[in-house]
Design a protein around this ligand. Structure first.
Ligand SMILES: [Zn+2]
Length: 353
């Protein structure tokens, strides 16, 4: 699988929380032939299982990445212009004049309209607008808009992914399609490696709203270990060294209650796979990822959260270094290779070397 092409396709596919179908279809096609079993759960999460070589009953590791993205939803229609509301953590500063697609009766190209500066009252010219003040313009006559668009229709960013140099990709929804692409590469790498445990890769739904996909897939699959792949902040342009990690300098792991301490130790031992250090990302409480929901499924799942740094998070022009995704893949694959009969004992907080 060509990572660049795969990630561009994933980035450009529309899929706000609850409407992930087009992203799931790309992953289903990519995972066909890489998985021993594949299924879609009742909320839409896609799960691929790669059966291990160990004796039954085999322990299982779940590796997840959410496939939904932030976006907008039609809230009202007024004279052919659409009022919208945010789905997930949408930043109103990045919205004005952004091209979008309104997923009505058919996909309608549109844009987020702005009032000309000439007609803005002076005291409003330097201020950003709230989402409730912005209007989406399809350019169509009001009567046609009434026919084609319904309240509740999704609106997604219409943003082509662009390569910036050889290794840097910019586009929408790299949070968290970067990790979805990583899942594909992990499944691909496992084709030629012998692993004892069963490996379940899940592209989950609805993370950006309330972590529902993670919560339900953790409960449903009941794995022995879960790894959650997501994105974090890259430094620069106002993001300090204490708030993020350098783009292109490798992945990070959450350190704190959301990552099981024994798992942290085990994953730290695999850093030979990534020719750079694994960065520690302290999170004193929730990591803000679906790892928070998966960890407390049933009677608790030892979980670790791993992140790829991106710039401009929650904007239509997020930026990722492809080599960071490749390193994350190598790290996870080496960790999976190391899972054996003794791993579960070693995970116990009573275990002594
Ligand atoms: Zn995310």
């Amino acid at each position: 699988m060509n990572l660049t092409q795969h990630l561009i396709a994933l980035s450009e596919a529309p899929g706000i929380s609850g409407y992930e179908g087009p992203v799931r279809a790309i992953l289903q096609a990519a995972w066909e032939g890489l998985a021993d079993e594949m299924s879609v759960d009742r909320l839409g999460t896609l799960v691929a299982t790669k059966v291990g070589s160990g004796t039954e009953p085999r322990p299982r590791i779940l590796v997840t990445a959410h496939m939904d993205e932030i976006g907008l939803m039609v809230k009202a229609i007024e004279d052919g212009f659409l009022h919208v509301t945010g789905v997930g953590g949408v930043d109103p500063r990045v919205l004005p004049n952004q091209p979008v697609i309104v997923h009505g009766e058919r996909p309608l190209p549109a844009l987020i309209a702005t009032r000309p500066p000439h007609v803005l009252p002076k005291d409003q010219r330097d201020k950003h607008q709230y989402i409730s003040q912005l209007r989406v313009d399809t350019g169509l006559p009001a009567r046609e808009v009434e026919k084609l668009v319904r309240i509740g229709d999704p609106v997604t960013f219409d943003q082509k992914a662009v390569m910036l140099g050889d290794d840097i990709l910019s586009g929408k929804s790299l949070d968290n399609r970067a990790s979805c692409a990583a899942l594909t590469l992990i499944l691909e790498a496992l084709q030629t490696r012998s692993h004892q445990w069963d490996v379940l890769c899940a592209a989950t739904v609805m993370e950006e709203v309330e972590l529902q996909g993670g919560e339900t897939i953790g409960w449903h699959t009941q794995p022995d270990i879960a790894l959650v792949l997501d994105t974090t902040f890259a430094t620069g342009n106002g993001v300090g060294e204490d708030e993020g990690f350098k783009l292109g300098d490798g992945p990070a792991i959450i350190v704190g209650p959301n990552t099981h301490p024994r798992l942290l130790d085990m994953i730290r031992c695999e850093t030979d796979a990534i020719e750079c250090s694994l960065h520690m990302e302290p999170a004193a409480g929730t990591s803000g990822t679906e790892g928070w929901a998966i960890q407390i499924s049933r009677d608790g799942i030892p979980t670790a959260v791993l992140d790829v740094p991106i710039r401009n998070m929650h904007s239509p022009v997020e930026v990722v270094a492809l080599k960071d995704i490749e390193r994350l893949v190598r790290l996870v694959v080496e960790f999976i290779m190391g899972l054996d009969d003794e791993t579960l004992d070693k995970l116990s907080l009573d275990y002594e070397e």
